[in-house]
Design a protein around this ligand. Structure first.
Ligand SMILES: NC(=O)c1ccc[n+]([C@@H]2O[C@H](COP(=O)([O-])OP(=O)(O)OC[C@H]3O[C@@H](n4cnc5c(N)ncnc54)[C@H](O)[C@@H]3O)[C@@H](O)[C@H]2O)c1
Ligand SMILES: O=c1ccn([C@@H]2O[C@H](COP(=O)(O)OP(=O)(O)O[C@H]3O[C@H](CO)[C@@H](O)[C@H](O)[C@H]3O)[C@@H](O)[C@H]2O)c(=O)[nH]1
Length: 330
């Protein structure tokens, strides 16, 4: 019985594919339109279907041909400020297309769904760390587009009898410790990626978006989770569902926040490079602080992170960025 990974050629999806292969799953199929993903990010034993998750004929055919039992749905648009500038695109890419995908999965009898949601569904939380029970209140179109998908999945599961795990990722960072894949999107906006590019001289400087937030040093606080630990959370979620476990919504983070300025310090120390940092105005759509209440996933699924170490995450990101720079210069 196969696992269908949408967006499997992307950053987190490609780590999920490797985690499945490493765990001995021999039938993994990916649907990806390669809009921000890369065919080379996939190991050769994986089937890649190049196409759109909303192409219902293509998705139905793929599910039937591979006898897909479980869907891990990563495909999305992911940049918060872009969602503020072009909300309708985000509602189409993340919400409308997820509706089409789930409809196809229901028609074709897919039994389990694992959905990539986000801490952005909490918006500007009144309590940190944020428990899953906190009322969701997204403050940007990206978070809203994902929250609507969560609701659709939960409602459809109840009506049509599949089970799901919704994983709300906090800030995903780092790379495969064996160097097989990493965050490869050109012009990426994620802090740790941008900072490592500055350290490697691939950017002239780093901008810090706002030091006037109500946080200890005035810059935003985030909970950075290493990407292979996150992939592992999907594996334990899949096993839980396969054993008949109930549907769950779980935060994925370590429960500790780092400020933007702290991250910059770590990147400078680990790299030994003192790159230029410019303090800039706030960026649209950014909450001041978001840190995971991280107990539920450990208690419900027995997930045990192995890479909870910001220095290590930065080292992995640097190694990947360096390798990617060399690949792109070839
Ligand atoms: N990166 C983070 O910090 C973060 C945090 C929270 C949640 N998430 C969620 O994780 C998921 C994966 O994010 P990522 O960082 O790997 O992004 P990514 O852009 O690297 O990966 C997304 C993948 O989906 C593919 N894709 C996009 N739209 C598609 C479509 N309509 N049909 C087929 N393929 C399509 C892209 O080509 C790409 O390979 C997303 O759902 C995102 O919302 C990411
Ligand atoms: O060059 C940069 C890039 C980022 N930041 C700041 O760093 C923090 C983290 O930003 P970024 O790495 O872009 O991540 P977020 O905007 O927090 O969003 C990420 O984390 C969310 C979950 O918290 C996910 O939902 C999103 O998909 C993912 O992009 C924010 O305060 C940014 O303002 C800077 O100061 N300079």
């Amino acid at each position: 019985m196969a696992v269908l990974v949408t967006g499997g050629a992307g950053y987190i999806g490609s780590h999920m594919v490797l985690a499945l292969i490493d765990a001995g799953h021999d039938d993994v199929v990916v649907i990806d339109d390669l809009s921000t993903g890369f065919e080379w990010a996939l190991p050769p034993e994986v089937t890649l279907v190049v196409g759109d998750i909303a192409d219902q004929d293509l998705v139905a055919k793929t599910i039937r041909e591979h006898k897909v039992e479980a869907l891990a749905h990563f495909a999305a648009r992911i940049v918060v400020p872009d969602s503020v500038a072009d909300p309708l695109h985000y509602y189409l890419a993340n919400t409308v297309k997820t509706r089409a995908l789930i409809e196809t999965a229901v028609k074709e009898g897919v039994r389990h769904v694992i959905f990539s949601s986000t801490a952005a569904v909490y918006g500007e939380p009144e309590v940190v760390p944020v428990p899953e029970t906190l009322t969701t209140n997204p403050i940007n179109p990206y978070g809203r587009s994902k929250l609507m998908s969560e609701w659709m999945i939960a409602d459809a599961a109840k009506a049509h009898g599949f089970s799901y795990v919704i994983l709300r990722y906090f800030n995903v960072a780092g790379a495969d410790p064996r160097g097989r894949t990493g965050q490869s999107t050109p012009n990426a906006t994620h802090l740790i990626k941008v900072a490592t590019q500055a350290a490697l001289g691939q950017r002239t400087h780093l901008e810090v978006y706002g030091t006037d937030y109500p946080t200890p040093d005035g810059s935003c606080l985030r909970d950075y989770i290493q990407v292979s630990d996150l992939a592992e959370a999907h594996l334990v979620a899949l096993n839980h569902l396969r054993k008949g476990g109930e549907s769950l919504t779980l935060n994925c983070g370590y429960g500790r926040g780092y400020s933007v300025l702290e991250v910059v310090d770590v990147v400078k120390r680990v790299s030994g490079k003192d790159f230029e940092v410019r303090i800039s105005p706030r960026r649209a759509g950014d909450p001041a602080q978001i840190i995971a209440g991280a107990d539920r996933i450990r208690n419900e699924l027995g997930w045990t992170p192995k890479h909870d170490d910001l220095d290590g995450i930065v080292r992995q990101a640097m190694a990947w960025e360096d390798a990617l720079g060399k690949r792109n210069r070839k």
